[in-house]
Design a protein. Structure first.
Length: 476
């Protein structure tokens, strides 16, 4: 969740008796801000070998800092090793070596280095803070919090210690404590863009969307290139159904990072929700171009193609998603829907069966298979069992009751059919399909007046409902 913050100890200027080969200005330049000059001057001191062991250790330490500034971590660690070898009590070299080890992901050795530095000085605040960071990245949040606690006791005005402890609290599920720490970080440093950003993230996770957006706004005002803030603000807008705002924020994220696949992916979802299918497909295309193994992007593009009626394209996308993830339940289910809509009912039933085999609790797959069997009038007893299973898993879903009602009519179980359509119609008022089905069942039961009223009401709601039922093989 959090950007990496470490505290590095700056270069030390040694107090020395100058040797003949190393001039006075070499010592000041060795501790200077220009890394190239520092490396050259420190090397002169080291090569001369005329200084004290302590000063030689300082020269290695300073050269290590210069290499670290240039991003040359290998030589930097080698120089810290030399400094520590010459002066095992060199706390700053231990701390800085620990930081570079942590940046390389070697958290255990980093923690050991910070521990040695702390043993040398139990009030070494930087050591506690940096060790807390290493524990945090190792996933040991309790130990991280304990070290941040100690760093804060030693320096109550350390904004980043509160900020970092807030992130550790977040991962332990202590959201109130996390927000409180971000509050303290912001009070100490009102320009701490990331404190606003991460507080917004916690608030968004607990459903406090308005203050979350306000925090993202503030983070962006402090850092207009904060791509994560745009992205997360877009996520909040999408959750609230503000798709235009979400699309705008994802676009800003993409502008800052054109290769960010999840920004294209989420924008594709937002376009889909707006029924802007062509733009949705374009964004999923981009996700796949960036990451050709993104199974979910193929599956979602397949859904959009299905909505456009491009069933062959949809099936090809589901094929690819399944090839990448053979246990992808939803891909089988949605491919079944595409086969169904294409009229390939055998393949649809097969895919629903595969989805059920992977996830026996997937109600929609049972419902889909029930519906196709009802449409085709095949294996109606199995169709009923499928609908029964779907209802047991999902409750009285009116769409499943509608499917079982069709099964009932085709089985000539008109009382059962009427009861199912009636339950569906009472659950979702004003649905033409449920009313028409109930009317058909009532007519079959000899209740012509009642049935005719339902049919008339259904047709008023949807003039094409009679045609739809005729296509299912049901006439009044």
């Amino acid at each position: 969740m959090e950007r990496r913050i470490w505290i590095l100890v700056l270069a030390a200027l040694a107090s020395v008796l100058f040797g003949t080969a190393a001039r006075a200005n070499d010592y000041s330049a060795c501790a200077g801000a220009n890394p190239d000059v520092a490396i050259s001057s420190c090397t002169t001191i080291i090569d001369a070998g005329t200084g004290s062991i302590k000063n030689l250790a300082t020269a290695y330490y300073n050269r290590g800092n210069a290499y670290r500034k240039k991003g040359d971590y290998g030589p930097a660690i080698a120089d810290y090793n030399k400094a520590i070898g010459l002066n095992p009590a060199h706390m700053d070299a231990l701390s800085n070596r620990g930081t570079l080890l942590a940046d390389k992901g070697d958290y255990d050795r980093a923690i050991a280095d910070y521990g040695k530095a702390i043993n040398l000085d139990p009030e070494y605040e930087i050591g506690y803070f940096n060790r807390g960071r290493a524990y945090y990245y190792r996933g040991d949040y309790g130990a991280a919090i304990a070290d941040y606690d100690r760093a804060i006791i030693l320096n109550p005005d350390h904004a980043d210690a509160y900020f970092s402890r807030g992130s550790a609290y977040y991962y332990t599920g202590e959201y109130s404590a996390a927000v409180a720490d971000y509050d303290r970080a912001i009070n100490l440093n009102p320009k701490h863009a990331n404190a606003y950003f991460y507080r917004g993230t916690v608030l968004a996770d607990i459903g406090e969307y308005d203050p979350a957006v306000a925090d993202y706004d503030k983070a962006i005002s402090l850092n207009p290139k904060h791509a994560e803030a745009y992205f997360n603000r877009g996520n909040v807008h999408e959750k609230r159904g503000d798709y235009e705002l979400a699309i705008s924020d994802y676009g800003k994220t993409i502008h800052l990072n054109p290769e960010r696949a999840n920004a294209y992916f989420n924008r594709g979802l937002a376009y889909y929700e707006k029924d802007d299918f062509d733009r949705a497909i374009s964004d999923f295309d981009k996700v796949i171009a960036i990451n050709p193994d993104h199974a979910v992007a193929y599956a979602n593009r397949g859904i959009v193609h299905s909505h456009k009626g491009n069933y062959d394209f949809a099936i090809a996308d589901y094929d690819k998603a399944i090839a990448l993830e053979p246990k992808y339940t939803d891909a089988y289910y949605n491919r079944g829907n595409a086969f169904r809509d294409k009229g390939d009912y055998v393949s649809a039933i097969t895919d629903y069966g595969k989805a059920i085999a992977i996830n026996p609790k997937k109600a929609s797959a049972f419902s889909g298979r029930c519906w196709v069997r009802a449409l085709t009038g095949t294996k109606l007893d199995e169709a009923r069992r499928d609908c029964d299973a779907a209802l047991a898993l999902s409750g009285n879903d009116p769409t499943i009751l509608d499917s079982r009602g069709l099964v009932g009519i085709k089985q000539n179980r008109f009382e059962n059919a009427w009861a199912d359509y009636d339950a569906a119609a009472r659950t979702e008022l004003g649905n033409a399909s449920y009313l028409y089905g109930r009317g058909i069942a009532a007519i079959r039961l000899g209740r012509a007046t009642e049935g005719a009223a339902d049919l008339a009401n259904a047709i008023r709601l949807d003039v094409n409902i009679a045609k739809s039922y005729a296509e299912r093989g049901i006439l009044p």
